[in-house]
Design a protein around this ligand. Structure first.
Ligand code: HEM
Ligand SMILES: *[C@@H]1O[C@H](CO)[C@@H](O)[C@H](O)[C@H]1NC(C)=O
Ligand SMILES: *[C@@H]1O[C@H](CO)[C@@H](O)[C@H](O)[C@H]1NC(C)=O
Ligand SMILES: *[C@@H]1O[C@H](CO)[C@@H](O)[C@H](O)[C@H]1NC(C)=O
Ligand SMILES: *[C@@H]1O[C@H](CO)[C@@H](O)[C@H](O)[C@H]1NC(C)=O
Ligand SMILES: *[C@@H]1O[C@H](CO)[C@@H](O)[C@H](O)[C@H]1NC(C)=O
Length: 327
């Protein structure tokens, strides 16, 4: 038996930030998103097949956890809108490296080389302080006790190398992306749906310079617009930011797909999904551009699938006291 506070003291880091990114997901939707948020969140908890925690259980015994996570994320988003996007991306970068086990949160130590400075993450991943704040807030909760059987647990290791090899770079071709997702048990459909996350958030010039100067599958006036704040010389203005979604950069909608159809994707890898009209990814891009509902359905299903990559359950892993450190 654990007390409520000890459960949350023991709340796996993974859960803390998976909830953070799902409640971000909620906050980023333009409207009518509450049911969708809970649908996603509850399924996320459910997706751990061996856990005995039920959705009812969480809803009845511990409604505070939802509100606590939501309120910390909300206040973080009020301070900076982009943080929602950053939290969502954290989940992706965790799940693709050793599975969804919070390995991405570990700081480097003399004996552990973490993932934070791997190429896709260094000077790019953000939101770690918000995860820390959520963990602190959640640990302050008091309440009744109940038995906690199994749940998602935190890894004791990290992989700098796999963070470099398994998270696809923005220079990837469609074939590269398809292979990277297949390696994680994800389909082209999942790839297209999950890429829709680029409807929010920002990228650095270094991530899209080649695309706006050298690719031909880009609208000329859009390329010019982005070139204005991203010099062609490598090393100059590398960290200048541009929104991933030209039209509604802070709203979670399907405009990402409309951008691709008009060749206004910001990353080379984005535009690859709609490069050759005959590809199966292009057909999906079209259908998501026509229906927000279809995109949301596809996104939720693919997020759940991604969150299911190699969860640590039972006695594997541990429950970290501090999100950033192995116990
Ligand atoms: C398909 C393969 C993907 C590639 C190649 C890719 C690449 C990138 C790159 C290069 C950036 C900009 C980073 C920077 O310049 O600092 C970025 C940002 C972002 N990515 Fe992806 N990404 C992919 C898939 C995903 C997925 C699956 C998600 C989440 C479900 C996601 C969510 C985000 C978000 C929200 C941002 C903005 C983060 C912020 O503003 O802090 N991406 N991505
Ligand atoms: C990460 O970026 C910093 C600059 O902020 C750089 O000094 C460091 O070498 C980079 N680390 C790796 C592993 O590339
Ligand atoms: C992408 O695919 C090409 C051609 O198969 C290959 O040479 C390259 O190494 C791949 N790049 C990545 C990042 O996987
Ligand atoms: C564009 O391509 C040329 C030729 O491959 C290369 O020399 C140049 O560095 C590229 N420019 C940018 C901004 O990527
Ligand atoms: C994507 O478009 C570019 C430029 O039009 C082209 O050179 C490249 O081969 C295309 N990639 C694929 C996979 O078709
Ligand atoms: C590129 O985008 C501009 C601005 O939206 C538009 O006026 C133009 O027609 C587009 N160019 C092409 C070739 O579609």
């Amino acid at each position: 038996m654990h007390t409520l506070s000890s459960l949350f003291h023991n709340c796996p880091s993974y859960t803390v930030y998976a909830m953070a990114s799902s409640s971000n997901y909620f906050s980023s939707f333009s409207r009518a998103s509450l049911p969708l948020f809970f649908f996603f969140f509850l399924l996320l908890l459910h997706s751990d097949a061996s856990a005995k925690l039920s959705t009812d259980f969480y809803a009845q015994s511990c409604p505070q956890v939802f509100d606590t996570v939501k309120s910390v994320v909300k206040s973080a988003i009020n301070q900076e809108k982009r943080i929602g996007a950053s939290l969502l991306r954290l989940l992706f970068h965790d799940c693709f490296v050793l599975g969804c086990d919070a390995s991405v949160l570990l700081d480097d130590t003399p004996t552990l080389l973490g993932e934070k400075t791997a190429k896709p993450n260094n000077n790019s991943l953000r939101g770690f302080e918000v995860v820390d704040r959520i963990k602190t807030a959640v640990e302050k909760l008091n309440g009744p006790s109940w038995e906690v059987k199994l749940g998602r647990r935190d890894s004791r290791k990290a992989s700098f190398n796999k963070a470099n090899t398994d998270i696809p770079p923005p220079t990837s071709s469609l074939a590269n992306l398809t292979a990277a997702y297949a390696k994680k048990g994800l389909s082209v459909g999942d790839l297209v749906a999950l890429s829709g996350a680029h409807t929010i958030g920002k990228a650095r010039c270094i991530s899209f310079r080649d695309h706006i100067y050298n690719d031909t599958d880009i609208n000329g006036s859009f390329a010019k617009l982005r070139q204005a704040n991203c010099p062609c010389t490598s090393g100059s203005g590398d960290n200048n930011l541009a929104p991933l979604d030209l039209q509604t950069p802070t709203v979670f909608d399907n405009d990402y797909f409309n951008n691709l159809i008009s060749f206004k994707g910001l990353l080379h890898s984005d535009q690859e999904l709609y490069n050759t009209s005959g590809s199966s990814s292009a057909a999906l891009v079209k259908s998501y551009s026509r229906s927000t509902a279809a995109f949301f359905d596809g996104f939720v299903a693919a997020m759940i699938k991604m969150s299911d990559i190699r969860p640590l359950t039972g006695k594997r892993g541990e429950i970290r006291k501090n999100c950033r450190k192995v116990n």
